[in-house]
Design a binder for this molecule. Structure first.
Ligand code: AMP
Ligand code: MG
Length: 452
């Protein structure tokens, strides 16, 4: 079969890319070619379905609404016949009130053509009646004060209103208007939101088929790393990447498998990679892919699988390893997992995750990919930018008094300064070809948070 190196290198169907200057869009496309969406699904109760990926279309088993009903508090009557009869402008209609209909308590009495039924919002339309005149539009006959009061009080004996106050069919919600029985309420591939859970509940659905969660193993490499809670020895730093990776995976609703820290030694690395491929769909490593360190990582990854080393035309996050590894220790042996070797610098790890790994995980989880929206914003400061790579700078964006988005880059853009990721609320996305920018120029921003 085609190897990753041939795809990313000279002869690939995606063009003549130099793996050491691979545009972000090309890397994203190559990665997506290697993704197979999960096949397995499971049924979960509605309450556990939030953020899960719908495995099958949800077909509505009922009409919503289940019956024609009133959109207003008022009086239901036969508008089709009575309004046509009351043709002269300004004519009035006086209708005897035959009874009441409440939501959950339909009017079951006889229907007389010249009568009406006091009706409340959501109550089923009495059969044969098609129109509701709102209660604000009527004058009451005997018992008028009661009809305007609480729904449980006595009704008026008659109501009078101008015939031009309503048109035939007004203020009636039709059966199946929101969703017709047998139609698709939600499509497979949807990442379920709160409204979707409510929608399924409104259809009487108790449980739902969702894709199983994607299992993603991850670990940090580096002899200098210590875990929070351990003393910080001379020359050492705390491992933050394992925590950002775990948290980013949680936000994607993947199943994170934390394999801890691995020392910079070939045997430990090989053993951890094999164990990871045994249990996970995807394996993420951080560190050890930059020049200087890459050699022994490269040897290990290429022994265990089919992995290419890229120098992405991206900043931060230039070095990246991508491919497949096998639990049996050589290509084709045992279970395969997709591998992303992310750079060690904390901001680079996050940027590479968001831009390269995240779209792949979304596609692999069976979800329909939704590109992150870019919003044009006025940049408050000049930015130095070299054409030929995509940059993801950290920015703080807000809308000004005129409703325009404006953004300021955070002070440091160092790929080690994790505090700036916390300070920022967006990426300033500087396109591959773009050059230096002046203050006041328009840039694209990608907000960190979506609403739902
Ligand atoms: P590397 O890619 O392994 O050369 O690492 C690049 C830089 O990122 C070095 O300064 C590392 O100390 C740092 N680094 C690597 N892994 C981590 C980690 N898990 N947490 C925090 N910093 C890290
Ligand atoms: Mg390292």
């Amino acid at each position: 079969m085609t190897t990753l190196n041939s795809i990313s290198g000279r002869a690939g169907s995606l063009g003549q890319f130099d793996p050491q200057a691979l545009p972000v869009s090309a890397a994203q496309a190559i990665v997506l070619q290697w993704v197979t969406p999960l096949a397995q699904s499971e049924r979960v109760p509605l309450r556990d379905a939030l953020a899960r990926v719908l495995a099958k279309d949800v077909i509505s088993p009922i009409d919503v609404p289940a019956h024609d009903n009133s959109a207003m508090d008022g009086y239901a009557f036969d508008g089709a016949s009575l309004l046509a009869q009351a043709a002269p402008a300004g004519a009035t209609l006086t209708l005897k009130v035959a009874g009441k209909a409440f939501a959950g308590h339909p009017y079951t009495g006889a229907i007389a053509p010249g009568a009406c039924v006091r009706i409340m919002t959501g109550a089923p339309m009495p059969a044969g009646y098609d129109t509701v005149v709102p209660q604000e539009r009527v004058e009451h006959g005997v018992g008028a004060e009661a009809a305007a009061g609480p729904v449980s009080s006595t009704v008026s004996e008659a109501v009078t209103f101008r015939a031009d106050a309503v048109t035939p069919g007004a203020n009636r919600r039709r059966k199946g208007e929101d969703l017709a029985r047998g139609s698709a309420a939600l499509r497979a591939g949807r990442v379920l939101r709160a409204s979707d859970i409510g929608l399924m509940a409104s259809l009487g659905i108790v449980d739902v088929a969702v894709k199983r969660r994607l299992r993603v193993a991850f670990f940090s490499t580096g002899d200098e790393l210590r875990s929070p809670g351990e003393p910080l020895d001379a020359g050492c730093i705390y491992d933050s990447n394992r925590y950002t990776l775990g948290a980013m995976l949680q936000r994607l609703n993947a199943e994170p498998i934390d394999l801890g820290r691995v020392r910079d030694d070939p045997e430990s690395l090989a053993a951890t990679l094999k164990a990871a491929a045994e249990s996970a769909d995807v394996v993420l490593t951080s560190g050890g892919v930059s020049v200087g360190e890459a050699d022994f990582t490269r040897t290990q990854l290429q022994t265990l699988g089919d992995v290419s080393f890229w120098g992405l035309a991206m900043r931060p996050g230039r070095p990246l390893a991508f491919g497949r590894i096998w639990s049996g220790g050589r290509p084709g042996a045992g279970r395969a997992a997709l591998l992303f070797g992310l750079p060690g610098n904390p901001v680079a790890t996050m940027v590479a995750f968001y831009q390269i790994v995240r779209p792949a995980l979304i596609a692999m989880s069976g979800a329909t990919p939704q590109p992150m929206p870019l919003i044009p914003a006025r940049c408050d400061a000049p930015i130095k930018k070299r054409p030929g790579r995509t940059e993801f700078q950290r920015g703080v964006a807000e809308r000004d008094a005129q409703g325009q988005w404006r953004v300021a880059p955070t002070g440091s853009q160092s790929s080690g300064a994790l505090s700036t990721m916390s300070e920022a609320n967006c990426f300033i996305v500087l396109a591959h070809e773009s050059a230096d920018l002046d203050a006041g120029d328009t840039v694209d921003i990608m907000l960190f948070d979506g609403l739902v």
